[in-house]
Design a protein around this ligand. Structure first.
Ligand code: CTP
Length: 316
C-alpha cells in the first residue's frame, strides 16, 4: 500500500489512528507493507512535529519514500516535494527485490558516540548522532536480516521495530556488548564513534574548581572494539569498519583496513561538504581489501546505507 500524505495533518492522523476518512480507515486495517510519501509545503515539512511523526511511522515498520527539494504546489521552492513517481517505483521494486535477500543472516551494527564519565555531572563525548549506523540497521532489517544494534547514548527514534537494540554508554560497555554478540553473527558493521581515551579515574563526587586556574585530566587508552573483533573473526565472518579522517584520508583508511583485518572500510572525510556528524547526508569512499575503491556522490544517509549493504551482500 502506498500513501502520499499531502499535509502534516494526514501524517499525524496515520500516527494517532484518527480514523475520520476512508484513506486512514484503509491504512489502519492494512496488513501488507505500507510505503508513505510525505509531501507538503516548506514550513509544514520543516516543523518538528512532522519529523517526529515520520520517525514514528518508520518505528511502526512502514517505509518512507523520502520527500525531495524542488518546486512546491504553493510556488515556493524547498524541501517537501513528493518523491518523484519513477523514484517511488524504483524504491518499491527494490524493496520487493531485496526484502528477503538477507533472511537468515544475523548482523551486528554499532552506532552513536560513547560517553566517558569524569564525575557524576561531567563526561567526555563526541558529536556523533548515530544517524549513519541507524540508517544501516534499518536497511538491513528491511532486507530481512536479524539486526543487533549496539547503540551509544542517542535517541532510538526512527528505528525499525524489527531491530534488537542494546543501549550502552561507555567505550568499555561498547566493547563488552559487541564481543558478546559478534561470535553468533555473520557480519559486523561498526559505525560507532568510540572514544579512544577514557579518564583514568572516576571521581564519585563532583570535582570542585576551587582556586585552581588549570585542571589536568589523566586519560587511558580504551580498547579498540573493531580491531579486537578483526583479531577474533572467523574466515566466514564479514567485518566492515568506518574511518573518519581530516587529512591524507585514503592512506589512513587503507592502513585501518589492513591493521583491523577488515573486508572493507567506509571512509568519511571531514573535508567533504555534506559529510560528517549529525548531518542527514554523507559522502563516502569504500575501500575493499582486494584493492577496489568506490567513490560515491553526496547522498542521504539512507541511500549511503543501501550502497554499503549492497556491497556487504556481495560478500555474504
Ligand atoms: N573503533 C572502535 N573502537 C575504538 C576506536 C575506533 O571500534 N576504540 C572503530 C570505529 O567504530 C571505526 C573504526 O574503528 O569503525 C575507525 O575509527 P576512527 O575513529 O576513524 O579511527 P581510530 O581507529 O580511532 O584511529 P585514529 O583516532 O587514530 O584516527
Amino acid at each position: 500500500m502506498i500513501i502520499a500524505p499531502a499535509t502534516s495533518n494526514s501524517i499525524s492522523k496515520m500516527v494517532t489512528g484518527r480514523c475520520d476518512n476512508l484513506l486512514i480507515a484503509t491504512y489502519l486495517s492494512a496488513s501488507c507493507p505500507v510505503f508513505f510519501a510525505p509531501a507538503m509545503d516548506l514550513d509544514m515539512y520543516k516543523h518538528p512535529s512532522t519529523s517526529t511523526n515520520i520517525n514514528k511511522l518508520i518505528e511502526f515498520g512502514h517505509i518512507e519514500l523520502p520527500a525531495t527539494s524542488g518546486e512546491l504546489a504553493s510556488g515556493l521552492v524547498g524541501m517537501g516535494r513528493m518523491c518523484e513517481p519513477e523514484d517511488i517505483f524504483q524504491i518499491v521494486v527494490d524493496y520487493f527485490k531485496f526484502s528477503n535477500s538477507l533472511a537468515g543472516k544475523k548482523i551486528l551494527v554499532n552506532a552513536g558516540p560513547t560517553h566517558e564519565k569524569i564525575d557524576p555531572v561531567r563526561f567526555i563525548g563526541n558529536y556523533s548522532s548515530g544517524k549513519m549506523g541507524k540508517a544501516i540497521a534499518n536497511t538491513l532489517a528491511e532486507r530481512g536480516a536479524k539486526v543487533e544494534l549496539v547503540l551509544g547514548p542517542v535517541d532510538t527514534e526512527g528505528l525499525s521495530p524489527k531491530i534488537n537494540i542494546t543501549s550502552i554508554t561507555s567505550a568499555q560497555e561498547m566493547y563488552e556488548a559487541c564481543h558478546a554478540i559478534f561470535p553468533s553473527c555473520d557480519s559486523g558493521i561498526l559505525a560507532a564513534a568510540v572514544a579512544d581515551f577514557t579518564p583514568s579515574e572516576f571521581s564519585n563526587q563532583k570535582i570542585k574548581k576551587g582556586e585552581h586556574d588549570e585542571f589536568q585530566l589523566r586519560m587511558s587508552r580504551t580498547r579498540d572494539v573493531l580491531a579486537s573483533l578483526g583479531e577474533s573473526k572467523t574466515e566466514k565472518q564479514i567485518l566492515v569498519g568506518f574511518a573518519l579522517e581530516t587529512h591524507d584520508e585514503l592512506n589512513h583508511a587503507q592502513k585501518k583496513l589492513d591493521k583491523k583485518n577488515l573486508d572493507f572500510i567506509v571512509l568519511n572525510s571531514m573535508n567533504d561538504a555534506g559529510a560528517g556528524f549529525a548531518k542527514n547526508t554523507n559522502k563516502v569512499t569504500i575501500i575493499e581489501k582486494n584493492g577496489k575503491n568506490h567513490t560515491f556522490d553526496t547522498k542521504s544517509k539512507k541511500e549511503v546505507s543501501k550502497d554499503i549493504v549492497n556491497l556487504l551482500q556481495n560478500y555474504l
